[in-house]
Structures are given as structure tokens and as C-alpha cells.
Design a protein around this ligand. Structure first.
Ligand SMILES: Nc1ncnc2c1ncn2[C@@H]1O[C@H](COP(=O)(O)OP(=O)(O)O)[C@@H](O)[C@H]1O
Ligand SMILES: [Mg+2]
Length: 290
């Protein structure tokens, strides 16, 4: 007889190893290993052009990596987007991709198609099986709209939603495929601080539903609050990985971000001070040394 233990066992949801992506002479991602475990929110940060989105594209079959492999729950994935979705990985895009002229509800229903068994003929002939599946799909889609706070706008056209709600709708649509892993590419880009906080709450709620999350962000403060573990990509290479506090204090990470300081960032003010002092010193000692 088996007994159930109260402590949930951790399993590896995503296991990417040795992922390399070359475009002609440019190596956008170089030999990156990354795992995401059940119950985790993992962050992927790095300056613009570091290869974050390219890495996501390798995970989701949009790109066929030049080298390396991607496994989901122990099974190596074929690099085909629909098979990756079917396996249980869903994503959102850095540049929102919604069906602008469909309603909010319809956008979520589109996200469900990988999970409905009823085929095209069944839909065309409106067989009882289809009606039943359709009702269930609608119910689930409405549930997801409730969950993401968009239920009141179910009948609005996607293009009429404010920006922050379009990002939420993308998340609702991704969740409609019932994923075990959700990949978010800069989910708070363009959001105001209030929307950003709401997004943070939403991502925690998604994790609490048993979905592991891998999130790309440019905003370090956001990622440090949110993530259990953070990996840093710089010029296609993973330079640091660890708990948020450790990564935040790592001087290589600070250095990688110094090119693009951000308001209120740890070390940014100090760095600016040092820079100013150095410039001052340089101008006063000019001619003194070579
Ligand atoms: N399809 C592509 N063809 C050629 N180069 C690309 C392609 N996609 C991305 N790159 C290049 O790969 C590098 C990483 O880009 P990207 O993954 O978008 O960075 P990030 O998301 O970290 O800002 C950039 O130099 C970019 O120009
Ligand atoms: Mg990107």
C-alpha cells in the first residue's frame, strides 16, 4: 500500500542543457544550462541583446537550437511549437501577440485548442460531443478571465483593452493550454508601477496553482521580489545563477548592468558617484600622468 506524504516532492520541470543558438557569425546564446523545478519562479535577466528572448525561442521550438537539448518533465522536446505547447509549456511574447479583432473570451478560447479533443468535423457538424466540449471550454476560459481579473471585459475586442490588460490577456490565453510551465517574456514592459505590482501578485497566484514560472525581465527590482532563483545572461552566456539576494550582490551582475543604470537600483547611485569622482580626479590631474 502506498502512503501519501504531506511534503510535496520537487521535480525538475524544465531541463535545458548546452543550449547554443548561432545566427551566421553571431552566437546569440552560448552553451546555456537552466533548470526550473516544480513550485519555482525562476528569473532570467540580462542587458538588452543578451539573448534572453532567443533562449525562450529555443525552449519553445520557435528556433531549432544549433546545439543542446530541452527536456520537459524528463522528456526531450522536439523543436516544434505546437508539440511544445501540447507537452505543457506555454508562453507570452515580449511584443504582445493577440488576435486584435477577436473578443477577450475568444482569445482565451483559441489558447484552449491544444487541450480539446474534439476535431474539425465534430465542430462543423455541431455534434453533441462538440457542444459539450465547447461548453466546458467556455467555462474554463471564463474561469481564467476571473482569475486574471478580465471577466468584466470578456466581450470587448482585444485591441480596445489598455496595454496592461492586454498583457494579462496574453497570460490568460497561455494558461488556457493548461501548462505545467509558463514562460513570460518581459511581462511588465510598459506597465505603470501599480500594474507591475498587480502582475507580481498574478504571477505568485499562478505559481500557487502549481505552475512553474520562468520569467524574463529587464527590471531587476521586479525580478528580485518575485523569484526564488535568478540566472543572468550577458552576451549569450550565463554568468551567474543563484538565489535573488546572492545574484543582486554579485559584482559581475552589477558590472553588466552599469551600462544601463536604472533608477533606485542597488549600487546605481554609488556607481554614479564613483564615476563622477573619477571624472573629477581625471580632469584635475590632467597632464600629471600619461
Ligand atoms: N532571428 C534572428 N536572426 C539574427 N539575429 C538574431 C535573431 N534573433 C535575435 N538575434 C540577435 O541575437 C541577439 C540576442 O537578441 P535577443 O535574444 O532578442 O536579446 P534579449 O531578449 O536579451 O534582449 C541580438 O544580437 C539579436 O540581434
Ligand atoms: Mg528580449
Amino acid at each position: 500500500m502506498t502512503t501519501t506524504t504531506s511534503a510535496p516532492t520537487t521535480t525538475t520541470v524544465l531541463d535545458a542543457s548546452g543550449v547554443t543558438m548561432r545566427f551566421g557569425g553571431l552566437t546569440a546564446v552560448r552553451d546555456v544550462d537552466l533548470t526550473v523545478n516544480s513550485g519555482e519562479i525562476v528569473g532570467l535577466i540580462g542587458p538588452n541583446g543578451a539573448g534572453k528572448t532567443t533562449f525562450f525561442n529555443c525552449l519553445t521550438g520557435l528556433y531549432v537550437p544549433t546545439e543542446g537539448k530541452v527536456a520537459y518533465k524528463g522528456t526531450v522536446l522536439p523543436p516544434k511549437p505546437h508539440l511544445v505547447t501540447q507537452a505543457g509549456i506555454a508562453r507570452t511574447f515580449q511584443n504582445i501577440r493577440l488576435f486584435a479583432n477577436m473578443t477577450v473570451l475568444e482569445n482565451v478560447l483559441v489558447g484552449r485548442h491544444t487541450r480539446t479533443k474534439e476535431g474539425l468535423w465534430s465542430a462543423l457538424l455541431r455534434l453533441p460531443g462538440f457542444r459539450k466540449a465547447e461548453d466546458a471550454s467556455r467555462a474554463r476560459a471564463m474561469e481564467l478571465l476571473e482569475f486574471t481579473g478580465l471577466a468584466a471585459k470578456a466581450d470587448h475586442l482585444a485591441r480596445n483593452l489598455p496595454y496592461g490588460e492586454q498583457r494579462k490577456l496574453e497570460i490568460a490565453r497561455a494558461l488556457a493550454s493548461e501548462p505545467g510551465l509558463l514562460l513570460l517574456d518581459e511581462p511588465t514592459a510598459g506597465m505603470n508601477p501599480q500594474e507591475t505590482r498587480a502582475a507580481e501578485e498574478l504571477i505568485f497566484a499562478i505559481r500557487d496553482q502549481g505552475i512553474a514560472v520562468l520569467v524574463i525581465e529587464h527590471d531587476i527590482r521586479f525580478i528580485m521580489n518575485l523569484c526564488d532563483r535568478v540566472a543572468v545572461l550577458v552576451q549569450g552566456e550565463k554568468i551567474v545563477e543563484g538565489p535573488a539576494e546572492v545574484v543582486q550582490a554579485d559584482e559581475r551582475v552589477i558590472a553588466a548592468y552599469l551600462g544601463t543604470p536604472f533608477e533606485g537600483a542597488p549600487g546605481a547611485a554609488e556607481a554614479a558617484e564613483v564615476e563622477a569622482a573619477e571624472a573629477e580626479a581625471q580632469s584635475t590631474t590632467e597632464g600629471d600622468d600619461k
